[in-house]
Design a protein around this ligand. Structure first.
Ligand code: C2E
Ligand code: CA
Ligand code: CA
Ligand code: CA
Length: 278
């Protein structure tokens, strides 16, 4: 764009980026095959703001890279999706989250866990049998596993995704629509999918209170969810003022740093049993 000469400055940089990507991909493949202990799930509480009760949690993957240290999903999920490794990574996440949920349940803590699914996973016909085996192995109750998908997963035209949704729902899985409000799914399309929760994207929460447009979006989402029999979770709640505003608008369930950051499983147990209140 800047002219022909500039190319020679960009070109080596791009090679470095491509090399880095390949190295990271190789490292992730190795971690999945030989050393899955490099991967760890953090859990972020979902809190009923009216009572302070923890009503669920979202599993969020981290990668303890041997050289780079703790990596956030933004640094490796896109690469995993491009390379296809997301299928294996996604399986690891599902297996780990289900095993953990079952341990909680065994110790008397009934807490549903939400797992993020990539649309690529939904396209695999072996997802349903894989999840079925996990639920059976751990004797998990209906509703103990929630799957989070973004609106992109509703866009598939040939109804394959709809079938995948229905197959998983038949197993007792619930569905949450992630980052709601940032996509382009039409309401008529949304209605065809068995979704039980909408997660309001944190972009709409950030400007509360005060931004009347975003308040209107939250209000409209809540009223639509009510009409369609769905729950709503507000994401990215960082302040008391945001929490108060959301409650006034009629939203009770919240997730965000104001209540708790994502944390390892043992800390989550302590959080839920009240040792660490917000
Ligand atoms: P997401 O599903 O929207 O998850 C919420 C993200 O917001 C998490 O980032 C969480 O740490 C962060 N967050 C929570 N509360 C707050 C807050 O109050 N303020 C701010 N600024 N951020 C907050 P994280 O863990 O870095 O994950 C980023 C994204 O990576 C997730 O966004 C999700 O799309 C993806 N991801 C995470 N784990 C998995 C996974 O196991 N599989 C797949 N396919 N994607 C995953
Ligand atoms: Ca999510
Ligand atoms: Ca989200
Ligand atoms: Ca997001």
């Amino acid at each position: 764009e800047a002219g022909r000469d500039t190319l020679r400055y960009y070109s080596p940089e791009m090679n470095v980026l491509a090399m880095e990507r390949l190295t990271l991909e190789r490292d992730l493949r190795r971690a999945l095959q030989d050393d899955p202990s490099q991967l760890v799930l953090y859990y972020q509480p979902q809190v009923d703001a009216a009572t302070g009760e923890c009503v669920g949690c979202e599993a969020l993957v981290r990668w303890q890279h041997p050289v780079r240290g703790l990596m956030l999903p933004g640094e490796f999920i896109p690469l995993a999706e491009r390379s296809g490794l997301i299928v294996e990574l996604g399986r690891w996440v599902l297996a780990e989250a289900c095993a953990e949920q079952a341990r909680w349940s065994d110790s008397g803590m009934q807490l549903p866990v939400s797992v993020n699914l990539s649309p690529i996973q939904l396209e695999r016909s072996d997802l349903q049998p894989y999840v079925k085996a996990l639920l059976q192995r751990h004797g998990m109750m209906k509703g103990a596993l929630e799957l989070e998908l973004t609106e992109g997963a509703l866009m598939n035209e040939d109804d394959h995704h709809l079938q995948a949704f229905n197959g998983l729902m038949a197993l007792g899985c619930r569905f949450a629509l992630d980052d709601f409000g940032t996509g382009y799914s039409s309401l008529s399309r949304l209605r065809r999918f068995p979704i039980s929760r909408l997660k309001i994207d944190r972009g709409f929460v950030r400007t509360l209170p005060g931004n009347t447009d975003d308040e209107a979006v939250v209000r409209a989402t809540l009223s639509m969810a009510r009409d369609m029999g769905m729950d709503v979770v507000a994401e990215g709640v960082e302040t008391q003022a945001q929490s108060d505003c959301l409650q006034q608008l009629g939203c009770r369930i919240m997730q965000g740093y104001w209540f708790a950051r994502p944390m390892p499983a043992d800390q989550l147990r302590a959080f839920v049993s009240g040792v660490r209140q917000p």
